[in-house]
Design a protein around this ligand. Structure first.
Ligand SMILES: Cc1cc2nc3c(=O)[nH]c(=O)nc-3n(C[C@H](O)[C@H](O)[C@H](O)COP(=O)(O)OP(=O)(O)OC[C@H]3O[C@@H](n4cnc5c(N)ncnc54)[C@H](O)[C@@H]3O)c2cc1C
Length: 379
């Protein structure tokens, strides 16, 4: 593997940095404070091609691979993790599910709008009582002629309110089998489909997280993705790719926190010296830098395998597990290096610290990643 950034990655990294300093940095603390999902800014990212990074060009996407995708999310998350999270959910989950399992008509109709961010995408698997145990979902879809009638609720759904279209996974036969769920594409405005409460979160506050409610929601059979009964299996495959994006999100947060802490440690003086000259601080920075690089290698390995069409269940879970735990640790150390100032909103460390924690929870907690990895080891 070649670890130097390719030309496209260099171009994307520069583009995101330039865009971020103009359109994200000046407003991100206001969005964080008010929990505003900045829809117009998100659409501008779409105009840059970042909302269809992996989508083939024939459907309006950039047609890039996972290296470019990882770079885009990392660079965005170095600035603001909540925008990185929204980008990951839109690209990997909603668009990814349609890209991998949609028929030609569905891809033409939905991917083109999603890739430009004319439409914002959501993806609903988690329910109030079934998060890690998603296979036990209670939202049901019952066949009625050419239609499916859906009842139930999903929660913690990214873009549940602002999303124009959602991929929903619902139970379509008795629990107990992996073939008992089906995936549907549901447009905003479909009668019986609404959003519920918006969560008030610790971090990732500019990424909108809400409930979805289905009350006798009728959906035509043309909206089914792939084959009836395959929804849960499809969702697990979508998450294999999605976890690379959450790993990249973690990497960006860790890198951003580390860079801020390194700079601060060289500027801040105590006892007449820069605090970076104290071994206690330099050892922290050495650990941070080393762990970030180790996370990067796991992510690039998973990305490389994904580009080659190989199964990445184990590798993406390892990358996500390790990178997210590193993000939490690095962000914690960054706050420590900033001292009291790290505890204030005048410096970036506290936001990295709050945002990082989501990475060990979303798209499968660290405990679930270990279960996924162990299952692959025992195969
Ligand atoms: C900001 C945010 C955005 C999200 N976006 C989406 C989205 O767009 N779409 C979507 O479908 N979901 C989304 N989620 C949901 C997310 O994927 C779930 O929160 C996550 O999978 C955990 O589920 P849970 O919250 O129900 O926790 P639970 O499953 O209740 O877990 C609670 C604790 O028990 C542990 N645990 C559970 N089972 C086991 C086990 N077998 N062994 C050991 N420990 C275990 C967990 O690791 C965790 O520590 C989002 C969540 C958040 C917070």
């Amino acid at each position: 593997m070649d670890f130097t950034l390719n030309e496209n990655q260099e171009m994307i990294a520069k583009m995101v940095r330039d865009f971020g300093s103009k359109h994200i940095r000046p407003k991100m603390m206001d969005w964080d404070e008010s929990q505003e999902f900045p829809v117009e800014m998100f659409k501008k990212l779409g105009a840059l091609g970042l909302m269809g990074v992996l989508v083939p060009q024939e459907y309006g996407g950039a047609g890039f691979g996972y290296f470019e995708y990882v770079t885009a999310i990392e660079e965005l998350s170095k600035i603001d993790g909540s925008i990185g999270l929204s980008m990951a959910a839109h690209n990997s989950l909603c668009s990814g599910h349609i890209m991998y399992f949609g028929n030609e008509e569905q891809k033409k109709k939905y991917l083109t709008k999603l890739a430009s961010a004319e439409w914002i995408g959501a993806w609903g698997l988690t329910e109030p009582n079934t998060g890690s145990d998603a296979g036990n979902m209670k939202t049901v879809a019952v066949k009625d002629g050419d239609y499916w009638v859906i009842n139930g609720a999903k929660n913690f759904i990214t873009h549940g309110k602002s999303g124009n279209v959602c991929v929903l996974i619902a139970r379509t036969s008795a629990p107990g089998s992996h073939r008992s769920a089906t995936a549907f594409i549901i447009e905003k405005g479909t009668p019986g489909f609404s959003h519920g409460r918006k969560e008030n979160k610790l971090g990732m506050r500019a990424s909108e997280t809400t409930e979805l409610i289905f009350d006798n929601c009728r959906v035509h059979k043309d909206q089914v993705l792939g084959t009836d009964g395959d929804g849960f299996i499809q969702a697990m495959k979508v998450l294999d790719g999605g976890r690379i994006s959450i790993a990249a999100l973690s990497l960006g947060i860790a890198q951003g926190a580390y860079e801020a802490a390194l700079k601060y440690s060289q500027e801040r003086e105590q006892f007449g010296k820069s605090i970076s000259s104290f071994q206690g601080i330099s050892f922290k920075l050495a650990d941070m830098a080393t762990e970030i690089e180790a996370a990067r290698l796991l992510i690039y390995r998973a990305a490389d395998m994904k580009n080659k069409g190989l199964n990445v269940t184990k590798e993406s879970a390892m990358a996500k597990y390790y990178a997210s735990e590193v993000a939490v640790k690095v962000a914690n150390d960054a706050v420590q290096i900033f001292g009291g100032y790290g505890y204030t909103k005048d410096y970036p460390a506290e936001k990295f610290y709050r945002d990082a924690k989501l990475c060990t929870i979303g798209e499968g907690t660290s405990e679930i990643q270990k279960i996924v990895i162990a299952k692959q080891l025992y195969k």
